[in-house]
Design a protein around this ligand. Structure first.
Ligand code: XIL
Length: 346
């Protein structure tokens, strides 16, 4: 072979290798399911975790812990606005599809999270100079396209996420500023039209404790019900700490306030950051997880409990918070057994 032929051959080989490398790493490629999986313990209701794409792809211990423990999945970021519609005319469902496929193949229920939220919005939405008619069209297009894409595959949606500020007023995001409070009604009506069988939730943070925010949450969803807006339930996030978490009686109060409006409730994002001396803190963490599970189990319309993360290594709070049910090396903490006992066997 001439030197030229060798050079051409080597260049081609490099191009092919780069091509194969890119193909293997393409967004949306399947997440391989580990072999010899054990079934999750049977519990009375769906028990979920937020699943992170980077973690599920990079860390086989994380993936196995998730698949062998939980029966429900919430994509942690892959369904948010900035992930699925980074530009007005570009839709990127690949990574969310990969998670939904994994969930379906392993028998997990999927909670869709989230359609309309003032955070993790792409700049073209958050920074746009909108007239109400324009932003209304953008919101309707986003909700309709995403819900229709997952029709029949997503059991429930967090349609509107964290609409309230801590003082109980509506949070001042672009939707409220341009459209006023009726953006919430519009989001629910649009989602319902796109998938009439999906259960539609409003998801909120820090509504577990008594106070103005809890009262505002109850008033907000009572108003939606009165106006005939198609809302099925309320998600309570419940990001807490081992020294500071809602007591069972407090949780029961808010769960019952919501279910007495004819709504389902779920704990959607539970985690318990560890505070104080380690041994005691682990016990308190177990108590906190168990107390929340017990409260949900005591309320017939509490239709599931989801924790926000699987192992500490990948926790959104950082590994040092030690907030999850599995430690950074993927080993279960006392909180897992305590939660299972409290949640009730299926
Ligand atoms: C968090 C994710 O866990 C992080 O990875 C991301 O960087 C920011 O968002 N309330 C919510 C979730 O409803 O979507 C948030 O998730 C945590 C707080």
């Amino acid at each position: 072979m001439s030197r030229r032929a060798v050079t051409v051959f080597l260049l081609l080989l490099i191009a092919v290798l780069i091509g194969v490398g890119l193909w293997l790493r393409r967004p949306g490629r399947p997440i391989p399911i580990p072999s010899h999986l054990r079934h999750p313990a049977a519990l009375a209701r769906p028990f979920g975790a937020a699943v992170s794409i980077p973690a599920a792809r990079a860390d086989s211990t994380y993936l196995r812990d998730y698949l062998e423990t939980f029966t429900s999945m919430t994509p942690e970021n892959a369904m948010k606005w900035d992930a699925v519609q980074p530009d007005r005319d570009s839709w990127e469902f690949g990574e969310a599809d990969a998670l939904v496929t994994l969930a379906r193949k392993t028998g997990k229920r999927v909670r869709g999270h989230t359609l309309v939220w003032g955070t993790q919005l792409p700049a073209w939405v958050a920074g746009g100079h909108w007239t109400p008619a324009q932003l209304r069209a953008v919101l309707v297009d986003h909700v309709r396209t995403e819900v229709a894409h997952f029709r029949g595959k997503v059991e429930s949606w967090d349609v509107v996420n964290e609409p309230l500020a801590n003082d109980g007023r509506l949070a001042g995001d672009v939707f409220l500023r341009v459209l006023g409070p009726s953006y919430i009604d519009l989001a629910f009506r649009t989602a319902h039209a796109a998938d009439p069988h999906a259960r539609l939730f409003l998801n909120e943070l820090a509504g577990e404790l008594p106070g103005p925010k809890q009262d505002a949450l109850v008033a907000l969803v009572a108003g939606l019900r009165r106006r005939g807006v198609p809302i099925d339930g309320v998600g309570l996030e419940d990001h807490t700490e081992s020294t500071h978490y809602p007591r069972p009686a407090q949780l029961l109060t808010i769960l019952r306030r919501l279910t007495s409006l004819g709504l389902d409730v779920e704990i959607t994002e539970l985690d318990v950051a560890l505070r104080g001396p380690p041994r005691l803190a682990l016990e308190h963490q177990a108590e906190a997880y168990a107390a929340t599970a017990r409260a949900c189990a005591a309320v017939p319309r509490c239709t599931g409990l989801t924790v926000w993360g699987v192992t500490d290594r990948w926790s959104w709070l950082g590994a040092q918070a030690q907030a999850d049910l599995f430690d950074a090396r993927g080993r279960p903490k006392p909180a897992l057994a305590a939660l299972r006992r409290a949640f009730g066997r299926g």
